[in-house]
Design a protein around this ligand. Structure first.
Ligand code: C2E
Ligand code: MG
Ligand code: MG
Length: 539
């Protein structure tokens, strides 16, 4: 600024100096003239600077306040103690900034779609509630809408947004004063309930009302939309004493509710949490089990009662995970089904079991059936028949030595389609066994329509056959039914001589169980086959 000022005064200085020289004045006079000029220049500059500083002060102050606002999200009022119109201007700016701050705060704290508080503000409310709650309880209810993604992708985001708004409106009608309803974003809502004194305040009552209300159809843009929801509930202080813990556990509870696949609510429980963690770990590790060669197949002998011969083996999957150790198929198969990993795993089992059977035959072991479990989702695959064909071709196994085990569960959905698939498999010469018979939704009415060769009586009946008259009666009924339908009958889980005698008496054709052998590795099955024949010949 000083430079600028001197710059503007240069012509004046030059004029003075020029005049002095041209008048041939003495050097002393010239010096004093210059000094006076310089002093005049400096005082002029000072006056200008002072004026500028005074003029710029409001701008500098406003800029400082805005910078602090950006940095600390706190608005401090501007000073208004200026004379003349600058003071009024500052007061005006103060008001505008205050209004802007309120708009920004609202956008930060509230969801623009539903107008409900967002997660951050909701968390502040929980924190405040915890600080004031004393020794009372509070409930946190987190609700997740099912299938919003689907609605967005099939009907468009506008309908999805409309649905969320309507959901929020319905939820509002069920909360009471003191409750805080929030939207966490996406398809998640939450309610904080501080008053839990009366029975009617129970989060169970509220959850049931919400689920019922949301299961009523929504009419949006002339479309009828059905939606379901899942609810997870945590109670302060039992399920957590911090905001984070309460929310995290509500998430766990909702996860558990999701497992149940219905319009439902679920309270948090540490046992559930542990179980969920295990399921997640299995899910994660199972994805790589096949490629990391952690899976293997064991084979359990099936003995024909009439001859005592080893006539079949059942292929049973085994998984040794480096992280989880040995995991039972009863635990990981349902997870593999849920994640659809069973498709690739099941194909691997079928291929390797057929290959192994062919190899045994080539090694001179008397030919026997290889029985392979087929899960419902494999069965529903469009290319099942081609897959089985390809595997039989690739492994060169004679179709007579393959049996597929299915369960009643796959007959629930579309029984006619299931029958058609079974017929195609059977026409190729593949045997079909109905596994775990008696445990499913069953049973008798459709049994005669089913193209199956074998009924496997579930282990649970065999276990108590000698001690529990009703189990004995059921197994007797199953056997006589199977007899009349000319089905082959296998008793599963025979562990004792007594059970063997019993199922033999009833007329079962084959037995499988620890009494003869546990499931064995392929090498040990080979030994079993050799020794078993030797023993039975000796007997
Ligand atoms: P499952 O098909 O009913 O197989 C029989 C189960 O009973 C096997 O359990 C076998 O080890 C067990 N078992 C056999 N005899 C006895 C006995 O005398 N006493 C007792 N206590 N148990 C006996 P495992 O191997 O744990 O398999 C459990 C289930 O996992 C199988 O039941 C089957 O449903 C499923 N699974 C196993 N491997 C596969 C597979 O490759 N694919 C599919 N989809 N499921 C499989
Ligand atoms: Mg089986
Ligand atoms: Mg079974």
């Amino acid at each position: 600024m000083l430079v600028a000022f001197i710059g503007t005064h240069i012509p004046l200085i030059v004029l003075i100096v020029d005049a002095a020289f041209s008048a041939k004045t003495s050097p002393k006079t010239i010096a004093s003239t210059l000094l006076i000029t310089l002093l005049a220049t400096l005082s002029g500059t000072a006056v200008t600077l002072y004026a500028l500083h005074h003029l710029l002060a409001p701008i500098v102050l406003t800029s400082k306040v805005l910078r602090r606002y950006l940095q600390f999200k706190q608005l401090t009022p501007l000073p208004t103690n200026f004379e003349d119109e600058v003071g009024t201007l500052m007061a005006d700016t103060n008001r505008t900034l205050q209004e802007l701050n309120e708009i920004i705060q609202h956008l930060t704290d509230y969801d623009s779609l539903t107008g409900l508080p967002k997660r951050k503000l909701f968390e502040t409310h929980i924190q405040q509630a915890i600080s004031n709650i004393g020794d009372r309880q509070l409930a946190l209810i987190v609700l997740d809408i099912d299938g919003l993604k689907n609605i967005n992708s099939t009907l468009g985001r506008t309908i999805g947004d409309l649905l969320l708004r309507k959901v929020a409106q319905r939820m509002i009608t069920h909360i009471t004063s003191g409750d805080i309803l929030a939207r966490f974003g996406g398809d998640e809502f939450a309610i904080l309930r501080v008053n839990l004194t009366r029975t009617s305040d129970s989060p169970v009552v509220l959850s049931n009302r919400l689920l019922e209300s949301l299961s009523e159809p929504f009419y949006l843009n002339r479309q009828t939309i059905h939606c379901a929801a899942k609810i997870g509930i945590t109670i302060y202080p039992f399920d957590g004493t911090s905001v984070d813990r309460l929310l995290q556990n509500a998430d766990t509870a909702i996860h558990q509710a999701k497992q149940q696949n219905l319009n439902t609510y679920q309270f948090y429980s540490p046992a559930i949490n542990a179980q969920l963690k295990r399921i997640l770990a299995i899910k994660e590790n199972l994805r790589y089990a096949l490629s990391r060669k952690e899976l293997s197949i064991y084979y359990q002998p099936r003995i024909e009662i009439a001859t005592g011969n080893l006539v079949a083996v059942e292929a049973l999957l085994r998984w040794r995970s480096p992280e989880l150790g040995v995991v039972s198929p009863a635990e990981f198969i349902p997870i593999a089904e849920e994640t659809n990993l069973i498709t690739s795993i099941g194909e691997w089992v079928l291929h390797n079991a057929c290959l192994q059977n062919k190899q045994w035959q080539q090694e001179g072991i008397a030919p026997m059936r290889m029985s392979v479990n087929l899960s419902a989702c494999q069965f529903k695959q469009a290319n099942l028949i081609e897959m089985v064909d390809r595997i039989l071709r690739d492994t060169d196994l004679d179709v007579a030595y393959l049996e597929l085990e299915i369960t009643e569960s796959l007959l629930v959905e579309d029984i006619e389609k299931a029958i058609a698939t079974l017929q195609k498999l059977q026409q190729k010469g593949i045997s079909i066994a109905l596994d775990d018979f008696g445990t499913g939704y069953s049973s008798l009415s459709y049994l005669q329509k089913l193209p199956i060769n074998t009924l496997k009586i579930d282990r649970s009946f065999v276990t108590n056959i000698a001690s529990n008259p009703s189990d004995a009666a059921i197994s007797k009924a199953i056997v006589s039914l199977a007899r009349s339908l000319e089905l082959n009958i296998t008793a599963e889980g025979v562990e004792t001589q007594e059970q063997l005698a019993y199922v033999q008496n009833q007329g079962c054709d084959e037995v499988q169980g620890y009494y003869f052998s546990r499931p064995l590795s392929s090498d040990r099955l080979k030994d079993f086959s050799a020794n078993y024949r030797l023993n039975s010949q000796n007997n």
